[in-house]
Design a protein around this ligand. Structure first.
Ligand SMILES: [Zn+2]
Length: 476
């Protein structure tokens, strides 16, 4: 059996692993690379395997850095099925067309800019994939329930376990038969932080011959959730009650928005912020993702289900409105106080959030709450780094609003949580591969595993291919 790493090797995006065994070939994840020009080039590389010869794909979760190149794979000739959880299918119905729409717009804009610059267009850039191609790829998805064994091939048995990362996210267990022997591979996917709102804790796994474990935060400990909650409550009360302004929350549409609505509702229930606080969710994608979340309530943790029951039977809950049209979104700018506005994008670089920042940043009575990772170069990062003025829609906007940064809401397990999950293995995997972490972090986490658990751990480079034999891995 061979295992090849095509992405998320010494980096965090582009998850894609190829397993080959006696003519059988399948992928686990086929994600997009993200972050600037270099990533764009990698996304356009022709894969070093023939998509037509793949038997199937196993998909851990909906995030674009795990799923985003599947529409392209289908377009390049992949004819098989893509197995993933029920909720992942529902999320992808929203996310793939949205991703394709952005790719189409970017290509359009680039061609237009080129045309303007050179007067004529000699080579037109095509989008990586189109909305129509994304729709076609959706037809390949095959729904699988958590904890239910499936057999996508006569020699392969697969089970998806709750990873507690985002709705539908899974750890994938694979049992593969080769020459009369069964070997077990475990792909951790992205692992959630235990005790986080909405999500269950990652399912403990007890054994594997070969393990791939993510290491996004393999070198870091998150702020505690309790401290984050205190800070969040203070920010809301200080802004709405004392300063009489608005709270603006830039947020990722999938996961984070639902988590924030959950937290605000629980604060109201506990009497910690004013009842009937007005919450506006201004992002069509966040609304769609919230609908998918409500459809899959059964997969959320007990506290979330209990809080939902409380809101249904109690009218003291929040006033939540989803704005649809651009006009409704613009109308929010007429509200001078008492509103919590949640909008995308999460890094403030695109979308409706920019309007809300433009109107509320210059007002000292308002606050901006940053709850997620802000990449270098984004508007969100400039705010976090303390810029006094920022440019929005070609205008300089003074930053007079208060800025809060909440550190404890990460969707990824931190170093100790990862070690805790690894600690459930009854016997060490024969080979452990550390993936999905920046180079330094991944190498550091492999050392931590070795030091704390005594297991040797490999940190594959991109393109590395290993022969897996008798529990050992040999670089080919
Ligand atoms: Zn993820």
């Amino acid at each position: 059996m061979n295992l090849t790493f095509f992405g998320a090797a010494r980096e965090v995006t582009g998850s894609c692993y190829l397993v080959e065994s006696e003519g059988l070939r399948f992928l686990v994840d086929c994600g997009m690379f993200q972050g600037g020009k270099a990533a764009e080039i990698k996304n356009r590389h022709v894969p070093r395997f023939d998509p037509e010869t793949l038997d199937f794909v196993l998909l851990t979760h909906a995030h674009i850095d795990h799923s985003g190149l599947i529409p392209r794979l289908v377009n390049l000739g992949f004819r098989g099925r893509v197995y993933c959880t029920d909720a992942t299918v529902d999320l992808l119905k929203v996310m793939w067309p949205d991703s394709a729409f952005i790719l189409e717009k970017e290509a359009e804009w680039r061609n237009y800019a080129k045309h303007k610059r050179r007067g004529e267009l000699k080579t037109e850039t095509a989008p990586l994939y189109t909305v129509a191609q994304a729709q076609a790829a959706l037809k390949r998805l095959e729904r699988v329930a958590y904890d239910e064994a499936i057999q996508p091939h006569e020699r392969v048995r697969v089970c998806f376990r709750d990873a507690g990362h985002i709705l539908g996210a899974a750890i994938v267990e694979v049992w593969l038969q080769e020459a009369g022997q069964t070997r077990k591979l475990v792909f951790s996917g992205d692992l959630g932080m235990p005790s986080r709102p909405l999500m269950n804790d990652p399912t403990p796994i007890h054994e594997a011959d070969y393990l791939l474990v993510e290491a996004t935060y393999g070198n870091r400990l998150h702020k505690t959730l309790a401290a984050t909650i205190e800070e969040f409550v203070d920010a809301i009360n200080h802004t709405l009650v004392h300063k009489k302004g608005n709270v603006i929350i830039p947020s990722f549409a999938v996961g984070r928005t639902q988590e924030i609505i959950y937290l605000l509702t629980s604060f109201i229930r506990q009497g910690r912020i004013p009842p009937h606080t007005a919450i506006f969710v201004d992002s069509p994608m966040a609304e769609a993702a919230t609908e998918v979340t409500l459809k899959h309530m059964g997969e959320l943790d007990v506290d979330a289900r209990e809080l939902m029951a409380w809101t249904r039977h109690n009218d003291a809950g929040p006033y939540i409105r989803f704005t649809e049209s651009v006009e409704d979104s613009m109308a929010l700018n007429k509200i001078s106080q008492g509103a919590v506005i949640i909008s995308a994008s999460g890094m403030c670089d695109a979308g409706r959030i920019k309007h809300h920042l433009k109107f509320n940043l210059p007002r000292p009575e308002c606050s901006v709450i940053i709850s997620g990772f802000q990449a270098q170069g984004t508007l969100g990062r400039k705010l976090v780094d303390g810029a006094r003025t920022v440019k929005i829609f070609r205008e300089w906007v003074p930053v007079r609003a208060d800025l809060y940064t909440l550190g404890g809401l990460s969707a990824h397990a931190d170093r100790d949580a990862l070690l805790g999950w690894l600690g459930h293995f009854g016997r060490p995997p024969q080979t452990t591969f550390v993936v999905h972490g920046e180079e330094e972090t991944a190498i550091g986490f492999a050392e931590t595993i070795h030091k704390r658990l005594g297991w040797p751990a490999e940190v594959p480079v991109v393109g590395a291919s290993y022969e897996l034999k008798g529990g050992k891995a040999h670089l080919r």
